[in-house]
Design a protein. Structure first.
Length: 436
């Protein structure tokens, strides 16, 4: 290129600058990979400790102490008592930049563990008045341990991080007692995404039925919204032998239950979104020959977009009120929104997909179908762009059809899953902050 014009030289300069920046990022990623692998013994130790001492939602005081002590030992700025028992650690990188958050949930479930693991829980408590065991039956112990690992890894490379990392350890993902606001919703209310303001958030959930080494995800609606609804039909009671003297709430409720089945099957565009309307309880009457004055049902609604969610709410009200009116009764419809859609921001997901593919290998990153379960991580994603993905936790060679599922007493995951989880969390932060 003897006769290069100034324009061409300028172009060449740009072309040279890009690989140099990329090489620096690659070096950082390589250091993170080495450090993440070296964390495994500690991550396993934290996980076993937390697993053996599980705590129910909003009661995670021992877990919070362990987390806070570890974050302080790394020199992080630590806030405790966030949303009751939550812990937030702030790591300032060596250069100015954006703010990225990583989230782990901390709570166990009221179940008596039957795994037979050496570090199985023997903790007992009472839940809603009943004696129960307590168990990490959803893997939140592993989430805490892996996020502590990622915090230590990122602390070791902090001088090369342009920006700030917020480590969010959240209580009560599985839900709080009736009438109590907790978990992600309360953390957001208490300002966890502000001061400094979070630009993006990442989180993972371990999966008992997905092989170790895999990461799975879905852009846009990944996990469903979850709302509870009740319909109370107010009629008029009468002797069971004189139904003409009644406004029968039992027959009216039965009609409503049948008609609710047509909301998803006839009214929702199922090529766009799956949805679920399930009636789970029906209550009416106390005696076989008495028509009661009222009857009540309750159920759950699952949707993958706010639009579908609102369409279902409107359809339930219309159906219940219309059928009640046709029978001369009235209906009281209550809809209690519980968790919004776990919605992976499409731009952020597309931007970070190469990071997932680099950490796990392209073949090990799998796009999945929507999951009708719900996850309160959705509350963060309502406020800031977020990506939530799943980490394979099934032992090599196991059969996904027969492994013990989440929320069962035999639930277990393979600890060889952890290095990929730690590496992926830390690499997402590094790549997001360095703009890769
Ligand atoms: Zn769970
Ligand atoms: Zn969970």
């Amino acid at each position: 290129m003897k006769h290069a014009t100034p324009l061409l030289l300028a172009g060449l300069g740009l072309a040279l600058a890009a690989p140099a920046a990329h090489a620096q990022n690659t070096a950082l990623n390589a250091r993170i990979a080495t450090l993440a692998a070296a964390e495994q013994a500690k991550v396993v130790a934290w996980r076993r400790d937390i697993h053996e001492h599980p705590e129910l939602g909003n009661e995670e005081t021992r877990t919070a102490q362990l987390i806070a002590a570890q974050l302080k030992s790394l020199g992080l700025e630590v806030q405790t008592g966030v949303a009751r028992t939550g812990v937030v650690g702030i790591l300032k990188g060596g250069k100015p930049g954006r703010v990225v958050a990583l989230r782990a949930d901390m709570d166990g479930l009221p179940l008596t563990e039957t795994t037979g693991l050496a570090f199985a829980s023997t903790v007992k408590t009472t839940y809603l008045g009943q004696p129960v065991g307590v168990m990490h039956a959803c893997g939140h112990d592993t989430h805490v341990a892996m996020l502590l690992g990622a915090a230590e890894v990122l602390s070791q490379v902090k001088k090369d991080l342009p920006g700030t990392v917020k480590f969010i350890f959240q209580p009560a993902e599985e839900g709080s007692l009736p009438g109590v606001v907790g978990g992600a919703k309360l953390m957001v209310q208490e300002g966890v995404l502000t001061n400094p303001k979070v630009d993006a958030i990442f989180g993972l959930h371990i999966e008992a039925g997905t092989p170790v080494g895999q990461l799975t995800y879905r852009p846009r609606g990944e996990m469903a919204s979850s709302d509870r609804f009740t319909v109370k039909v107010l009629g008029r009671g009468a002797h069971g032998a004189k139904p003409w003297a009644s406004v029968d709430p039992v027959v009216t409720l039965a009609e409503i239950i049948t008609s609710l089945q047509t909301i998803v099957s006839r009214q929702i565009d199922l090529t766009q979104d799956a949805a679920v309307v399930t009636v789970g309880t029906v209550q009416a009457g106390v005696r076989y020959n008495v028509i009661p004055p009222d009857a009540t049902l309750s159920g759950t609604i699952r949707a993958f977009s706010p639009k579908t969610q609102e369409q279902i709410w409107a359809a339930i009200k219309r159906t219940a009120n219309g059928i009640a009116a046709a029978n001369g009764a009235t209906a009281e419809v209550t809809i209690e929104p519980y968790v919004p859609v776990t919605y992976n921001d499409p731009d952020l997901t597309a931007r970070m997909l190469p990071t997932l593919q680099r950490t796990a290998g392209v073949a090990n990153v799998v796009e999945i179908k929507a999951v009708t379960g719900a996850e309160d991580y959705a509350y963060y994603q309502e406020k800031v762009p977020g990506l939530f993905f799943f980490l394979g936790g099934m032992a090599p060679g196991a059969n996904p059809a027969t492994v013990a599922d989440h929320h069962t007493a035999g639930f277990r995951v393979d600890e060889s899953a952890f290095p990929l989880g730690v590496k992926t969390l830390a690499t997402l932060v590094a790549d997001y902050l360095t703009g890769k």
